[in-house]
Ligand binder design. Structure first.
Ligand SMILES: [Zn+2]
Length: 85
């Protein structure tokens, strides 16, 4: 797993570079899990923490519900991404 493919907000393994291969070039694509636009909400640490707390307040609801894997588990994702709530 490449950490550059992990959503900085929710820890989803996005499967593609969220901020480019160099980590400097946001794709401006949208995380299907938390709804972050790579390059906007995740551009600063404050932004990441704010967006994450909003998302967690909503119990980690998927932004694109149809994309949610049936075996997805919020705690597992947070744990594997090293995110503490
Ligand atoms: Zn996300």
């Amino acid at each position: 797993m490449d950490s550059k493919m992990i959503c900085k907000v929710c820890g989803l393994d996005y499967g593609d570079y969220t901020w480019g291969k160099d980590g400097q070039t946001p794709s401006f694509e949208i995380c299907p899990c938390c709804g972050t636009t790579f390059g906007y909400e995740d551009a600063t640490t404050d932004g990441i923490l704010r967006k994450r707390s909003d998302w967690l307040e909503g119990n980690g609801k998927w932004f694109m519900a149809k994309e949610q894997p049936s075996d997805w588990d919020l705690e597992t994702q947070l744990k594997s991404a090293g995110i503490k709530r």
